[in-house]
Design a protein around this ligand. Structure first.
Ligand code: HEC
Length: 124
């Protein structure tokens, strides 16, 4: 193996490790307390607040909940919400969905995993 191949292998391994850790199980109890950052705008009941209800968010297509107010960017995004797409959006909302009206992201990966675990735990 030459140096180039070693470098490629190191990068591939690094990416694999990163992807593995991104799928680590989050802590739903901790996620519940992190959700206080979201709950001024989002409910986990059927109610829409400033932001759309997050009840049943997994598998929903972005920007489609009846009665919720969305930006054109969100409606046009075509995102289907999953662990992965939620993780990407929450990392940097405006980067993920240009024109989004959601102002706040969750830069910390563990916080995101915990939040996603919490949202799953309240998904019927
Ligand atoms: C200041 C209010 C506000 C806060 C705080 C907020 N959001 Fe949002 N959120 C919004 C708005 C407004 C939208 C609609 C965005 C758009 O259409 O571009 C949205 C959209 C979303 C969507 C897409 C919903 C759909 O139906 O497609 C998800 C998922 C989401 N927010 C999760 C979160 C999470 C998790 C948090 C906490 C870390 C959070 N939001 C914090 C206002 C907020």
């Amino acid at each position: 193996m030459n140096r180039y191949m070693q470098a490629v292998a190191a990068v591939v391994l690094g990416v694999a490790t990163f992807a593995g850790s991104a799928q680590a199980e989050g802590d739903a109890a901790r996620g519940k307390s992190i959700f206080t950052r979201c709950s001024s705008c989002h409910a986990v009941t059927a109610q829409n607040k400033v932001g759309p209800s997050l009840l049943g968010i997994f598998g929903r297509t972005a920007g489609t909940l009846p009665g919720a107010k969305y930006s054109k960017g969100m409606v046009a995004s075509g995102i289907v919400w999953s662990d992965e797409t939620l993780g990407t959006f929450l990392t940097a909302p405006a980067k993920s969905v240009p024109g989004t009206t959601m102002p706040l992201g969750v830069p910390n990966a563990q916080d995101r995993d915990d939040l996603i675990a919490y949202l799953k735990s309240v998904t019927p």
